[in-house]
Design a protein around this ligand. Structure first.
Ligand code: AMP
Length: 505
């Protein structure tokens, strides 16, 4: 049996009635999770799919999505979580890269435009309401097999599938156990969509410890009055989100320790935690433990952590990202001295490092390097390190950005734009706010000759509408600037850095 599944099954046997999932009026127990995922596993195994072939699980943040994930693992197949907000092109691209043998669809979407067999929600409901079915646990996902594959933005316009094995995940779960001590009394917030690996910070450390996942789904998060109600009535004892999401919740004045005395721990990951935000948090929740953590999807969610105390706030203008997990090795590559400080690209090796991108040797070879017989992942993040090993984030080596918590490769946005008939060339750049966070993407567009004389306002609308058909909302530029030409650097390439400087001057 798979070791993660083993832990969850033991909880289900010991505490069958313990609540594992709570979202508004919906609650489900560990026993339900275990038994229902058995049925899904048996349903999948009956299909005799090629061994270890991946399965797409499509839907939102419902309890059944967790059932489908565990069902796939029990049956012996890694799952690819695809959010139901994904556009057709993304689904198509993920399907052609991953070559899955089945889609488990927990949504009302009917037409996926792909030829992979699809198990519809109605079919799955039938499976779940049938008698208990056993499955063959000897065929479950093994220690080095992929457990999940999460697709992230890719520079070439095609998303990259990060492969995370059971062993990668187990190591992460063990580290969370030692660092944050989840237990059966923990109610951990689950807010991130399942296609974003921040959700894993809640799901597996939670489920392997008998905790309750307190779900705040995207329908709630999108609607301010609903969100306010959900936040102020939340039972969560542990908060997990990006800093951006937390900042949004700071608009609610009653969001404080008086209203939510049980909320004792805040864990942030996914983007920079600013000094201002941490300060505000400790004012509203003076006795809470606040942690900043850092990690790319390729290293299984998070690999550094530090508790941000009032003392740390007093000592650092830009907060540290923490100390690396003890069982990981790191180096700084291409070190330069900036403002009297050594800064280099963080490269890491150890049990949390993915084996690479699914069916993508080119991008895998670019990002994963063997040094002294060990695989090191190039994070693309510039860091500095103090003599005690405390790491500080200093920006990127490339043009990957984080906006509102979403990971975006600007080259991917350009590639989507240049696919449009209207666009000859494009160069997108981030616009930063005072806190050094990206709050807009500005696209500089050279129009195709046919559109040169079109009305800019109309073009703006037209390009946005075109993009909406095949682009995730968060990747669509906020501003379009139509220009005659783009600046060219000394080596003859489009000079994105010059445009970044110009936009942020
Ligand atoms: P993702 O793969 O979506 O989790 O994005 C990983 C990237 O987000 C990292 O490579 C960093 O660039 C950024 N990131 C994650 N956590 C932090 C943090 N605490 N501070 C600054 N940047 C972060």
């Amino acid at each position: 049996m798979n070791s993660i599944i083993d832990k969850i099954t033991r909880i289900a046997q010991q505490y069958p009635d313990q609540i594992c999932y709570h979202n508004g009026n919906v609650s489900a127990t560990y026993q339900q999770l275990d038994q229902q995922s058995d049925k899904i596993a048996s349903f999948i195994q009956a299909k005799n799919l090629p061994q270890k072939s991946p399965i797409i699980v499509f839907g939102g943040q419902q309890f059944e999505m967790l059932v489908l994930f565990l069902g796939a693992i029990k049956a012996g197949h890694a799952y690819i979580p695809v959010d139901d907000a994904s556009d057709p092109q993304r689904i198509h691209q993920i399907n052609s890269v991953a070559q899955p043998t089945l889609v488990l669809n927990w949504s009302d979407k009917i037409d996926f435009g792909i030829d992979t067999p699809i198990a519809s929600q109605d079919q799955l409901k039938e499976v779940l309401s049938a008698e208990h079915q056993d499955y063959d646990a000897t065929k479950s996902v093994g220690p080095d097999d992929n457990f999940y594959i999460i697709f992230t933005s890719g520079t070439t316009g095609t998303p990259k599938g990060v492969q995370i094995s059971t062993n990668n995940l187990l190591d992460f779960v063990n580290w969370v156990d030692q660092t944050y001590h989840y237990n059966h009394e923990t109610k951990v917030m689950l807010q991130a969509p399942f296609s974003f690996d921040l959700s894993v910070f809640s799901i597996y450390p939670g489920l392997t410890n008998g905790s309750t996942l307190e779900v705040l789904d995207k329908q709630t998060a999108k609607n301010l009055p609903l969100l306010q109600k959900a936040i102020l009535n939340s039972q969560a004892t542990t908060w997990i989100s990006t800093p951006s999401f937390f900042e949004m919740c700071l608009f609610f004045r009653e969001f404080n320790a008086e209203t939510l005395p049980q909320l004792q721990k805040f864990i942030f990951c996914g983007e920079e935690l600013t000094h201002v935000t941490a300060e505000k948090l400790l004012k509203r929740f003076p006795n809470a433990q606040l942690y900043n953590t850092y990690g790319p999807t390729e290293n299984t969610v998070a690999i550094t952590s530090i508790q941000i105390t009032p003392e740390n706030l007093a000592n650092f203008d830009r907060l540290p990202i923490g100390y690396l997990k003890e069982n990981m090795e790191h180096r700084l590559a291409n070190v330069e001295v900036k403002d009297g400080e050594k800064v280099g690209e963080l490269i890491v090796s150890g049990p949390d490092v993915s084996k690479g991108y699914l069916n993508n040797p080119v991008q895998t070879n670019k990002a994963f390097e063997i040094i002294d017989g060990k695989v090191f992942y190039h994070t693309g993040d510039m860091v500095s390190e103090d003599p005690d090993g405390l790491l500080f984030y200093k920006g990127r080596t490339d043009f990957q950005i984080k906006m509102h918590g979403y990971r975006i490769e600007l080259e991917e946005v350009d590639s989507l734009l240049t696919n449009l008939a209207e666009v000859k060339q494009s160069c997108t750049v981030p616009l930063y706010n005072k806190k050094k966070q990206v709050n807009k993407i500005i696209a500089h567009v050279v129009l195709d000759d046919k559109y040169k004389h079109a009305e800019p306002k109309e073009l703006n609308k037209q390009i946005k509408a075109e993009l909406q058909k095949n682009t995730m909302d968060y990747m669509i530029p906020n501003v379009f600037k139509f220009v005659d030409q783009l600046p060219i650097s000394k080596n003859g390439k489009i000079d994105r850095k010059a445009l970044i400087g110009e936009v942020n001057a």
